[in-house]
Design a protein around this ligand. Structure first.
Ligand SMILES: Nc1ncnc2c1ncn2[C@@H]1O[C@H](COP(=O)(O)OP(=O)(O)OP(=O)(O)O)[C@@H](O)[C@H]1O
Ligand SMILES: [Mg+2]
Length: 250
């Protein structure tokens, strides 16, 4: 079967009961003998932005990699659009519309912006056409002939997000998108996340920047030593901002 050319079509969902876009139940993960996630359960709806906040080493990246199917030493279940994907490969999950944006952004340094956007295959009918990508990310249009190496950190982050939307992601897994970026660029990333949310895409956002998290997210999970220790709506999160800043050592 041609693995990489198949375009997945969404099933009609009219009248179906509302269910989360992404549902993680009882997820545990190990590196060899070392357990780094314990019984994590969380969900993200369509058009919802949910953060994963926790200290360094809490297990945030491992959780995103497990949802993507890149980390395999796990137990528990991952369901996407009602379909259990726990045993599917990362490639199969991408084809269903799960998009991973790694903390190093994963840009092809020697390729141009446009080549970075066009190289990965379109995998889902809801893929953004290149024109729509450029409309939402005008800076990528301006820089379309620039090689990846010539982009600023913020532009690389935008390119990494745009690339998975162009492939057809309905759910973005963003690993610390604001890290190392100037406040004005972080603000722009926030605007883009809100715009993506407005298009019905779900976002699971790993974030250490509490102030930024509070401006973009609907709900927050606090992860400590691989466990969810708090689940807060954005109001509760904002009320506890200074406590969280201290906890995270910010
Ligand atoms: N490849 C690996 N082999 C062994 N242990 C690992 C590996 N990757 C991560 N770990 C360990 O797993 C735990 C969780 O790491 P993870 O990278 O998921 O945390 P994180 O919350 O993303 O941290 P950070 O804020 O530093 O990005 C840490 O104790 C880390 O040392
Ligand atoms: Mg990490």
């Amino acid at each position: 079967m041609p693995e990489r050319t198949e375009v997945v079509t969404s099933q009609p969902r009219a009248g179906a009961p509302r269910r989360p876009l992404l549902e993680v139940v009882g997820l545990s993960a190990w590196y060899g003998e070392a357990q780094v996630l314990s019984d994590v359960s969380l969900d993200v709806g369509s058009g919802e932005v949910v953060t994963l906040v926790g200290r360094n080493g809490a297990g945030k990246t491992t959780l995103l990699r497990s949802v993507m199917g890149l980390h395999k030493q796990t137990r528990g279940s991952v369901t996407f659009e009602g379909l259990e994907i726990t045993r599917r490969t990362a490639d199969a999950r991408a084809r269903l519309g799960v998009g991973w944006v790694p903390d190093d952004r994963g840009i092809y340094a020697t390729l141009s912006v446009e080549e970075n956007l066009l190289l990965p295959p379109v995998v889902h009918e809801e893929a953004w056409p290149i024109e729509r990508v450029y409309e939402s990310f005008p800076v990528l249009h301006e820089r379309r002939d620039f090689p990846g190496t010539k982009l600023s950190g913020g532009e690389q982050q935008m390119l990494a997000m745009a690339r998975v939307l162009r492939m057809g992601a309905r759910m973005l897994l963003l690993d610390e998108p604001s890290e190392g970026l100037a406040p004005v660029i972080v603000q722009r990333i926030g605007e883009i996340i809100r715009e993506i949310k407005g298009q019905g895409v779900g976002v699971l956002l790993v974030e250490q920047n509490v102030k930024f998290a509070a401006t973009v997210a609907d709900r927050h999970y606090l992860l400590a030593q691989g466990r969810v220790v708090e689940h807060l709506d954005n109001r509760q999160f904002q009320d506890r901002e200074s406590e969280l800043l201290t906890y995270l050592g910010m």
